[in-house]
Design a binder for this molecule. Sequence first.
Ligand code: HEC
Length: 84
Amino acid sequence: MKSLLLTLAGTVVLAGLAMAAGDETLARRTCTTCHNFTRVEGKFGEDRATWEARVGRMLAKSGAPKLSDAERKAVIDWLAAQKK
Ligand code: HEC
């Protein structure tokens, strides 16, 4: 029981870190619904405003996954933090 609680506590801490640094898993999953991730990687290093506009444009396309505001922010945070 104690180890289960420790595991749960560790998961919460890791999830918190992932949110602060953006969410790579969610970004990869979301952005490969329609195309390859190399298309996304080619734009690494661009500024946050550019990513915000681009993510908005991508998620407005038909068939795009529906993200909550928090998820959208986590995806943009991660993308904008990537370097070429
Ligand atoms: C609903 C399908 C769909 C999803 C989901 C999607 N894309 Fe796209 N993406 C496209 C299509 C179609 C094009 C080519 C036409 C265009 O540029 O709008 C494209 C083009 C691009 C391009 C090249 C053009 C440009 O804007 O520079 C980039 C970069 C890109 N997507 C990034 C992303 C990222 C980042 C995500 C995740 C947040 C994402 N895409 C999710 C459909 C999608």
